[in-house]
Design a binder for this molecule. Structure first.
Ligand code: DMJ
Length: 458
């Protein structure tokens, strides 16, 4: 048990009508971090066993219909690859071995279909690189390099920014309107592949891609939501930190941490002040980041959601703990309003915009970072409440399920692989002994796969 305060407060409330003092016992239960870490591990096993029983070999489990489902025409083993690094951190060696055996026997990227470069990079390339660094089996690196090579043609465009999708066998590409997150959030994975293979081509391609987005920021320093990778023209000029932009910012700072590339730190330093100037919004309902036009900075929407909740964690990692703490208060308010967070709300009215919850990690991820950097127990309490509500509302007999609505708590037939890669990993790391993973040695990709910092020997 890490630390524990708390105990019993006895509060005497004296009523005005001279009746005997009412004694109210407010019990504040101690935070048994070890028990919580164990409990997260048990819930991980529950979800993994559901996948094993009903969807073994498929990309993902459909938890209500209890079947397997694939993203494309054939499986790319999304769930086992995504879950592997969590198993290693949790010390689940038997499960890690069964996942590894499946991956090495069955995973094959010689497929006759297009894949979405971003999703396949953060889940599979990231998962395989991290598996290689945690496990040491060179087969993981061979698979990672094969996948990286098949995705590389996507970068062959007039600007160097990649198309959305690439064909795994013939390298043809499709969908030239892409977004900053899908263009920029390749750098950690391709960069680490370069470090591990001693071939700079992956790093160079991914760095050029993110830099080309940065070079097209507006005069006031913001980027938009979509951009044409051939013409280099913005198609949607709405600026925010939500999906389609979010991890573009994340990879500047984490790229600098992982690779020590000063260009990335400069891009972070130049970008974040504009985000804070034009998107940050302090209201009666708390502090948030809203939407603004990338050219004028004018507020266009007061929407905020589950995806945006990654930002307190990133701010804390980058040293802005004060802003991170303020924003996390709002994120936690968003979580507790209905017992579990909605996909998005309008923070000016606190009305829900999108009521779903797809088992996203970001709110718990931010509690993890804030606890690491402040040691303030309130983040343990937040994490405990978030974890307990996951168990309460999303657990099924066989696994975990997304929610159709956080208001009705009606479940939905989905269990995204990031629930095992990220949500339960960050919950576990929040409660587990800090030595389980040191932030001085590892940087997480946006799918929570830990990449070990490779230090150059002098
Ligand atoms: C994950 O795939 C990654 O965290 C990504 O950056 C955003 N979306 C999901 C989790 O919500």
């Amino acid at each position: 048990m890490k630390s524990i305060i708390l105990g019993i407060c006895i509060v005497f409330a004296i009523s005005s009508c001279q009746s005997p003092p009412a004694e109210k016992i407010v019990e504040i239960s101690p935070i048994d971090t070890q028990a919580l870490a164990d409990s997260v591990k048990q819930e991980f096993l529950h979800a993994w066993n559901g996948y094993k029983t009903h969807a073994w070999g498929y990309d993902a489990l459909k938890p209500l219909s209890k079947t397997g489902h694939n993203w494309y025409a054939e499986s790319l083993l999304m769930t086992p690859v995504d879950a592997f690094s969590t198993m290693k951190l949790m010390g689940l060696e038997a499960e890690a071995l069964e996942a590894k055996t499946l991956i090495i026997k069955e995973l094959n990227f010689d497929k006759d279909f297009y894949v979405q470069t971003f999703e396949v990079t953060i889940r599979l390339l990231g998962g395989l690189i991290s598996a290689y660094q945690l496990d040491g089996d060179p087969e993981f690196l061979r698979l990672a390099q094969d996948l990286g090579d098949r995705l590389m043609p996507g970068f062959e465009t007039a600007t160097g920014m990649p198309y959305v999708r690439v064909h795994l066998q013939n390298g043809s590409k499709e969908w030239q309107v892409n977004n900053p997150a899908e263009i920029g959030t390749l750098l950690l994975e391709f960069g680490q592949l370069s470090k591990l293979t001693n071939d700079p081509k992956y790093y160079d391609a991914a760095k050029k891609a993110i830099t080309e987005v940065y070079n097209r920021r507006s005069d006031i320093g913001l980027v938009g939501t979509t951009i044409n990778v051939e013409s280099g023209e913005w198609e949607n000029t709405s600026s925010h930190i939500s999906g389609m932009i979010d991890s573009y910012y994340e990879y500047f700072y984490k790229g600098w941490l992982l690779f020590g590339d000063e260009d990335l730190k400069k891009m972070w330093d130049e970008s974040i002040p504009a985000v804070n100037q034009y998107l940050w919004d302090e209201t009666d309902n708390g502090a948030w980041y809203g939407y603004a036009d990338m050219h004028t900075g004018e507020r266009t929407s007061t929407r905020f959601g589950a995806l945006d909740a990654f930002m307190p964690g990133l701010l804390a990692l980058s040293g802005d703990v004060e802003r991170a703490a303020k924003l996390q208060e709002s994120c936690f308010k968003m979580w507790t309003m209905h017992g579990i967070e909605p996909e998005s709300l309008d923070y000016s009215s606190m009305e829900i915009v999108n009521p779903g919850y797809v088992l996203r990690p970001e709110n718990i991820e931010s509690a993890f970072y804030l606890y690491r950097f402040t040691k303030d127990e309130k983040y343990l309490e937040m994490g405990r409440e978030m974890f307990q509500s996951l168990v309460k509302y999303c657990r099924t007999d066989d696994a975990y399920a997304a929610l159709q609505s956080v208001v009705t708590k009606e479940k939905r037939d989905d269990m995204e692989s990031f629930f095992l890669a990220e949500t339960l990993k960050y919950a576990y790391l929040l409660f587990a002994d800090e030595r389980t993973l040191s932030l001085d040695e590892f940087v997480f990709n946006t799918e929570a796969h830990p990449f070990r910092i490779i230090r150059q020997e002098n």
